[in-house]
Design a binder for this molecule. Structure first.
Ligand SMILES: [Zn+2]
Length: 113
């Protein structure tokens, strides 16, 4: 069992969460080409080692948060709330449009990835 520490709820089974992906800046839809949009949606780094990720606590507090996880060992060395993001971290998805994402949830569609 993998435990993921939610910044609001504490350690929980990873099955309570939804992996959202790599935090990345969403391109400007007014100036992005279809090829750039496709790359944003489908091309991911998929690095082996320590990566920053975004997670959603879908059966708990229903909050988005960031995490640093080792993709080989699944060790999690830190998690953070959006306002506690480490320097240089990309903003978390769903945070700027909180009303739309928390009412409908990320599973209902919307602009999460
Ligand atoms: Zn939580």
């Amino acid at each position: 069992m993998i435990l993921l520490p939610c910044p609001w709820c504490g350690p929980r089974n990873v099955s309570e969460f939804r992996y959202v992906g790599e935090p990345r800046r969403r391109p400007d839809v007014a100036t992005t080409t279809p090829q750039q949009w496709r790359a944003y949606l489908y091309n991911h780094t998929n690095a082996a080692g320590w990566v920053r990720e975004q997670w959603f606590h879908r059966t708990g507090c229903r909050q988005y948060f960031g995490a640093e996880r080792h993709t080989i060992t699944d060790e999690v060395r830190r998690t953070w709330r959006p306002e506690q993001a480490p320097a240089g971290a990309e903003p978390l998805l769903g945070v700027t449009d909180r009303a739309a994402t928390t009412e409908a949830g990320p599973d209902a569609g919307g602009d999460v990835l």
